[in-house]
Each structure stands twice: as structure tokens, then as C-alpha cells.
Design a protein around this ligand. Structure first.
Ligand SMILES: [Zn+2]
Length: 287
């Protein structure tokens, strides 16, 4: 089994052609490796991409990457780089990985914009290395951990790598993966890049605000009084707050305290989640 860790640097620019912004890829880095009691590097890729949308780099990009316009002048066209990557890793048995899914959605967006494609030519199998390593390193939380933080936790010395450069970042990510390597778990988390895969990575999660949506079940929301451990009763109609949260007031039948109950339903590509929170209502001041 061959693995490819990829990383992209991009510059955010306004694209008149689409009347909106694009994250234009300006650098591509990749490490091809296999694993046998450690990673064994087979191939490497590191190229600047000559920007087409704008040559003007944002301050953030200049500061973070130290990539200059002079560097980019030596770059290849995006399409040329994609052809090279396709001949390097376009075979079936490669699993492509990136640190978080933003790199892969950005790559797809660039393939669409510059090449008119609806898929990434060399992508056959894909895994998000960030969520895998985060789980393996036992780092909790909904927030995606940064590559440098994960490397530190994995005990990798990153002092010799320049952060936020495509090749170096792909190398550090490969080293993180090496520390957490688990072929079975990787296979389990690897997706075949079919239509369903593209639908999933391009899906934008949103809060469901339609009470009649079949996933919304406000009538069955149960709440409890933390003081009495008693089930409280819904006393008002459910209403929708700005931002997509439903709310109602529940009252404890024992102590009479009232609680604001907030419920949000979030639709993801493959699931709907429900979150419920409650806070005591602020008592009205006596006149
Ligand atoms: Zn109570």
C-alpha cells in the first residue's frame, strides 16, 4: 500500500470570472511513502504554482509562508502540476491524505476553476490525516488541531522544518502519521473517491430552521430541573431565534423554577445532529 501526504499553500484572491473569492493554490508539496515499521519515502513533489487570478499576495500569505512573487515566477501552471501529480500517484493503490479536509476541497475548487473538472484526476482513495492523528494522539475536542500542535504532542522535532510551506508541512504530517500508524484504522477511515465522496466533501453543514423538517422533533424534547431531578414541562410555543436555534421555556412542577431550553439541529452530508442546552430564566425584578 502506498500513501501520499499532500499539502497546499494558497492565496485568497477575488476572481472576476466567478464574482467571488478563490483560494488560489500557489504551492504544492507531496511525499509518497509506504509503511514497514516506519515510513519509507519513495517520491517527493515540491513546486510553486504560477498564479493566474492575481500576483498580489495577501499580507497573511507573505507573513505565514515567506513565499515571494519572485518564487512564484519560477512556478508551473496549475494544470501542469496536476498532470505531473497524476502521472506520479494516479494509480489505483495510492491513498491520498491531507491535514484536514480544507486542502482537498481547495484542490477540488482549483481543479474546477482552472481546468473545468468536477473531480481531482489522481484522487482514488482519500483519508483526512488530521482527524485520524487527533484520535490516535488522544486529543479531544471539536476543534481541529494544528499540524505543529499535533507534531509536538507526537514528540516530533519540527525545528528543522519551515512551517506553512507545502513540502515541509506534508513531511511533518507524514511523520505524525508514522507515529500513529495503524493500517487497519487507516483502511477503515479511507474513502473511495466516488460521487458520494465529492458530495460529502463539498456539502456545507447548516442549521435546520424548518419546524416541519422530518428531523425536527420539538414535541419530544425532554428537560429536567437540576435542583429537583424532576422532568420539567414545556410552557411556551417553540420559537426560532436568529442563528437557527429553537427555544422554549420549561417549568419545574415541584419548585416552580423556569428554564430556557435551546435546541439546534445541524444537517451534515451524512447525518443530522441535535444539541440541547438550558439555562435558568432570569427572574423578573420586583417593582
Ligand atoms: Zn425544580
Amino acid at each position: 500500500m502506498y500513501y501520499v501526504m499532500m499539502d497546499f499553500e494558497w492565496n485568497t484572491a477575488y476572481a472576476y470570472k466567478r464574482s467571488g473569492f478563490i483560494n488560489e493554490i500557489i504551492e504544492i508539496g507531496a511525499v509518497v511513502f509506504e509503511y514497514d515499521n516506519g515510513i519509507r519515502i519513495i517520491d517527493r513533489y515540491s513546486e510553486f504554482i504560477k498564479p493566474k487570478v492575481t500576483k498580489k499576495l495577501t499580507g497573511r500569505v507573505k507573513e505565514l509562508t515567506h513565499i515571494s512573487n519572485t518564487d512564484l515566477k519560477t512556478g508551473k501552471s496549475f494544470a501542469e502540476a496536476i498532470f505531473e501529480l497524476t502521472s506520479m500517484v494516479g494509480r489505483n493503490d495510492y491513498t491520498v491524505m491531507t491535514w484536514g479536509t480544507t486542502d482537498i476541497t481547495t484542490l477540488l475548487d482549483n481543479c474546477r476553476y482552472f481546468m473545468g473538472l468536477e473531480s481531482i484526476p489522481f484522487l482514488k482513495n482519500y483519508m483526512d490525516a488530521q482527524s485520524f492523528c487527533q484520535k490516535k494522539l488522544d486529543i479531544p475536542g471539536n476543534n481541529q488541531i494544528s499540524l505543529s500542535a499535533a507534531a509536538e504532542k507526537a514528540g516530533i522535532d519540527i525545528s528543522e522544518f519551515s512551517a506553512h510551506r507545502a513540502y515541509e508541512d506534508s513531511m511533518v504530517a507524514a511523520l505524525c502519521l508514522e507515529k500513529c500508524f495503524d493500517a487497519e484504522e487507516i483502511a477503515k477511515r479511507t474513502s473511495v473517491c466516488d460521487d458520494a465522496f465529492y458530495r460529502k466533501i463539498t456539502f456545507k453543514k447548516y442549521k435546520i430552521t424548518d419546524v416541519n423538517d422530518p428531523n425536527v422533533h420539538l414535541d419530544s424534547i425532554k428537560a429536567f430541573c437540576p435542583d429537583c431531578n424532576k422532568e420539567t414541562r414545556c410552557t411556551t410555543k417553540w420559537r426560532l431565534k436568529f442563528g437557527g436555534t429553537f427555544y422554549s421555556v420549561y417549568k419545574c412542577p415541584v419548585c416552580g423554577k423556569t428554564y430556557n431550553v435551546n435546541v439546534t439541529y445541524t444537517r451534515y452530508a451524512d447525518k443530522v445532529t441535535m444539541k440541547q442546552r438550558q439555562t435558568p430564566t432570569v427572574p423578573k425584578k420586583e417593582a
